[in-house]
Design a binder for this molecule. Structure first.
Ligand code: FRU
Length: 491
């Protein structure tokens, strides 16, 4: 693909000529990989979910957006409104890079309610003529007519001493009645850290210090932190960069995970269990959480990663958000289940019950490109069970369960097109308990696999041909007794 110049990357959408934009739109619309029940960019590149909130009877979901092509250029926030988190009304760009402080990008941030109004806190990314980066933290308020008014000046002017300008992604939350913001940061010695600020009036923010964790040398930068409480457990999420792969862990370019523990905010100490990845697939990064109208903790992630080249780049668009997941903590473990409201999209229920063995079995009448499938494993004496999705004569996305080592493997070798700089084709995870259930969401160019009712998730983009619609099951040896329930999903 042609290299983008700096000028092209930092072009504003208003300055692009209408014909170019129209052509880009048509090119994107013609893509065979457009999703149906996932949030995706109209054109250009989508990255982190931003500003997630339930406010005044509606949900707001924004995302990082560079409109003019599939590269990380000048970032806007593109916003959606929703009543149920499965049907979304596009609202257009909500935060634009139109001040000195965010002239080189309205970077990631969060939403919060204060005195009955909706506010956003985000990172203003500015570069000077020598291309030095200046990161400030900005606040904007949604007015009653839905338009946004930025505070005239950043509320945090610069990073504290001892940290670089990789100082970003404020997530606002309340703890013990106190408004706080957790930020991702990098020390001058290039280690990732979490910084905490507090405020009484949302204008003045006081630096409380670094949140001390057991991870003092765990990557060179921590992005997109989040903090929340579930059933008196404190949870911190963040995205470390610079972690080496270790067997089946940390296999993607950057990681995204959580730690469960106790946050002692007076002493700024987080006493925690080990860091766990949130997702074991190929494409997951920069998630953000919020509470839904019933007070449940919901997570949405970016189904993509920085610095990866995806097959749709040449079509002028890239990436989508994940489906929303509900988080709970059960017996000290984080569980992630698909949002219950996704059931609103179900149509055409089909079920089957039966044995599968080493003879490849095509499941009739099952096939599809946009569906949810629940596979209950009722009895299993097979060594390995193979589930093939989006399969044709030449393609298939393979999910293998190995009973001996309790491993689930997702294999994209024959899935169709792949990100050009992703060098390996499998991701595996060892389950805590024998596999009892898979709940799989397939959209035109993605697969999200929930194992054992929320125990583990594997999320990946796949780019199969449009005739690759088959669903098959077989075993290496022995047999497995299964119940299938499949729904087409329609928005
Ligand atoms: C994570 C990230 C954030 C930043 C944003 C810029 O993907 O790098 O740290 O705010 O993307 O688009």
């Amino acid at each position: 693909m042609a290299e983008w110049t700096r000028e092209e990357r930092y072009q504003r959408i208003e300055d692009a000529d209408e014909n170019t934009l129209e052509q880009l739109k048509q090119q994107v619309e013609a893509s065979p990989y457009r999703q149906t029940f996932h949030i995706q960019p109209e054109t250009g590149l989508l990255n982190d979910p931003n500003g997630l909130i339930y406010f005044d009877g509606s949900y707001y979901v924004s995302h990082q957006w560079f409109p003019l092509g599939a590269v990380h250029g000048l970032k806007y926030w593109f916003n959606y409104k929703s009543e149920d988190l499965v049907h979304f009304e596009p609202q257009g760009p909500i935060l634009e890079p139109d001040t000195k402080y965010d002239s080189h990008g309205v970077y990631s941030g969060s939403a919060f309610e204060y005195q009955g109004h909706l506010y956003y806190m985000y990172t203003g990314n500015h570069r000077d003529q020598h291309w030095h980066r200046f990161s400030t933290q900005m606040i904007a308020r949604m007015k009653d007519d839905g338009t946004i008014e930025k505070f005239p000046k950043p509320v945090i002017q610069a990073q504290p001493a001892g940290y670089t300008s990789h100082f970003k992604d404020p997530k606002v939350f309340k703890k013990n009645g106190q408004l706080c913001a957790i930020l991702g940061a990098q020390t001058d010695t290039e280690f990732g850290r979490l910084l905490l600020y507090s405020s009484k009036d949302i204008v003045n923010w006081h630096f409380e210090g670094e949140i001390k964790t057991q991870l003092t040398e765990f990557g060179y930068m921590w992005e997109c932190p989040d903090y929340f409480e579930i059933d008196r457990h404190d949870v911190i999420l963040f995205c470390p960069q610079g972690i080496q792969a270790e067997n089946e862990r940390y296999r993607n370019i950057y990681q995204s995970g959580y730690m469960i523990g106790h946050l002692d905010i007076e002493n700024m100490i987080f006493d925690h269990q080990s860091f766990q990845e949130l997702d074991d697939g190929f494409d997951f990064y920069a998630p953000q959480t919020f509470t839904d109208k019933n007070g449940k903790r919901i997570l949405i992630g970016w189904m993509g990663l920085p610095e990866m080249n995806y097959p749709t780049d040449s079509e002028g668009w890239a990436h989508c958000l994940t489906i929303p997941r509900e988080l709970t903590i059960e017996k000290d473990k984080l569980k992630q289940r698909p949002l219950k409201n996704l059931e609103l999209l179900r149509t055409n229920k089909e079920t089957a019950l039966g044995y599968a063995n080493k003879f490849n079995r095509k499941l009739h009448p099952y096939e599809g490109k946009q569906y949810e499938m629940i596979i209950d494993i009722l009895d299993n004496d097979a060594t390995e069970v193979y589930f093939e999705l989006r399969s044709s004569k030449t393609e298939s996305t393979l999910v293998t369960y190995n009973q001996r080592n309790n491993k689930i493997t997702l294999d994209r070798s024959d899935s169709g097109l792949l990100p050009s700089n992703c060098t390996d084709t499998t991701r595996s995870t060892t389950l805590d308990t024998p596999l009892k259930q898979l709940q799989i969401f397939v959209d035109t160019s993605s697969i999200e696999i929930f194992c054992n009712d929320g125990e583990r998730v594997l999320t990946s983009r796949i780019f199969p041909s449009k005739d690759a619609t088959g669903i098959k099951v077989s075993t290496e040896s022995g047999q497995v007794y299964l119940k299938f329930t499949k729904y087409d999903l329609k928005v």
